[in-house]
Design a binder for this molecule. Sequence first.
Ligand code: NAD
Ligand code: UDP
Length: 329
Amino acid sequence: MKVLVTGGLGYIGSHTVVELLENGDEVIIIDNLVNSKLEVLEKIKKITGKNATFYQYDLCDYSKVSEVFEKERPDAVIHFAGLKAVGESVSKPLTYYENNLLSTINLLKCMAKYNVKKIVFSSSATVYGKPKTLPIREDASLHTTNPYGTTKLMIENILTDLYNSDSSFDITILRYFNPIGSHKSGLLGENPNGIPNNLMPYVVRVARGELPVLNIFGDDYPTIDGTGVRDYIHVLDLAHGHILALNNKIHGLKIYNLGTGKGTSVLELVKMFEKVNNVKVNYQIVKRRDGDIAECYASSDKAKNELGFTCKYTLEDMCLDSYNYHDAN
Ligand code: NAD
Ligand code: UDP
């Protein structure tokens, strides 16, 4: 299959591109490098021995997207590209709405024009807001609490409307839980600019002595040890979920959670990280972070039953691989 991967040099996109190339698929990447580096392309080649065709274009530029469709005529699209920092989306909502929505609309217009009907879209568990029941099923109510999350929900709605207008579209919405970990080679991973917002990159930097202490946001939640519980999933398992979604025999509009189905608290993750990497992670308990929820983990039954999706990697692997990438870089 010839697959157009938007945001293919980013964290999740790059791992997915590797698996596509290893499976013998042809890969076209559009990425404007707003949150990634060109050197990732070389690393992908180093791992796979294969080239992906790369366009450093902004998806918000319709003429550029159209040019790629005209030239490449892909069979399917995996749409990762987007801005993803929750805090930044609160301070720069227009940037987030413009980038995430316009890029998607341009992409979908080109898909319609060039008769490309299969798309896999990166959504997020953030669309569930504060869950009423756990584990979270795909039919749970949806509610967003920040502009980033709202862009994801709006895109889900756009995709639904598009499908209702033209049922020849084959659309998969994947709601990711908390991706961490990195490629086993140590060449690909996540290394955010500035001070990380997410837990794992922060833990890694404290373990390396690059940041003095991890602030754990609250130990008074109604959870196993009082700290927040999330469903961490290895990025390689997540990447594999996209391959399954592309090859899914069920046609139509489908929505799947991609998580392990298992909740892990902040302290459990920190302890596991210390143990498997034989390092110390200094931490202190501070007050809760605004907008945080106590617990969030997926029901992974639907993805398992319909996609055959299961997770291969454990929390140990996730902790080892996250540190290994940082070590190697
Ligand atoms: P990332 O920032 O590493 O990758 C996104 C890529 O998209 C980057 O390489 C960036 O340069 C590119 N991009 C952004 N806007 C673009 C534009 N207008 N034109 C072209 N390229 C553009 O993010 P990621 O962690 O790999 O996430 C991929 C997708 O998954 C995103 O849509 C994100 O919202 C979603 N998601 C991520 C997480 C997570 O925790 N990482 C969780 C849930 C959902
Ligand atoms: N967290 C923390 N300290 C940090 C970053 C995160 O204690 O520096 C906690 C956070 O409160 C949550 C969990 O770690 O319970 C995961 O947070 P992250 O931002 O990675 O993911 P999200 O909250 O978006 O699911």
